[in-house]
Design a protein around this ligand. Structure first.
Ligand SMILES: [Ca+2]
Length: 202
């Protein structure tokens, strides 16, 4: 009897350990997979557009991506689509990023990346707490493939309560447009597994 009991306890602990990482891996981005539209995203592009497109990072029917097109004829133009993420705590470490796709056949040059800015207020109002951070650049030469660009285990500055995540395209040529897709956008208490980025149903 004692032998049987001693096997039960480690088994239960093992199950808890398997479940625990997923409990913390919640994606706080709303509609980060662009399941049918670009709702919850604010277009801050200015001289460009941010629209829904059916191209999906895993080819999921009914889902798609956010397509940004920078149409300015000036160089060094950065377009962004943003979302405010409430519910941030400086006691956590966060993983965040997105998947990006740059179509081939474009004459324009530039980069694609994701930015994050922290706020001490509940809903991204007031001045940012610190200068923003950004993920690795995906260059315009990396075409026709989905690339994950992300930052893991980032500590918010003290007092952070919200953050803005910004999907960004920076065009460095006067040639235009520069188009890029975003999908699988995520922000959450780490570890956020790569698989979470490809889920289309939450
Ligand atoms: Ca999608």
């Amino acid at each position: 009897m004692n032998t049987a009991k001693s096997h039960v306890v480690p088994l239960v602990l093992g199950v808890i350990c398997l479940i625990a990482p997923h409990a913390g891996a919640q994606n706080l981005v709303v509609n980060g997979n662009f399941d049918g539209d670009i709702s919850n995203w604010t277009d801050g592009v200015g001289e460009g557009t941010f629209v829904f497109d059916v191209l999906d990072n895993v080819g999921a029917p009914g889902s798609g991506s956010g397509l940004m097109s920078i149409t300015s004829t000036g160089p060094l133009w950065t377009g962004i689509a943003i979302q405010c993420l409430p519910g941030v705590s400086d006691a956590n470490l966060y993983d965040w990023g997105a998947r990006a796709f740059i179509p081939s056949g474009q004459a324009a040059t530039g980069n694609v990346f994701v930015q994050l800015v922290w706020y001490s207020t509940l809903a991204c109002t007031g001045s940012p707490l610190a200068s923003g951070t950004q993920t690795n650049l995906v260059p315009h030469t990396t075409t026709d493939t989905w690339v994950t660009t992300r930052i893991d285990a980032q500590a918010p500055p003290a007092g952070a309560q919200s953050a803005i995540i910004a999907l960004s395209v920076s065009k460095t040529s006067t040639t235009q447009p520069l188009n890029a897709h975003f999908d699988g956008v995520f922000f959450g208490v780490g570890p956020i597994p790569v698989e979470l980025q490809t889920f289309t149903v939450e």
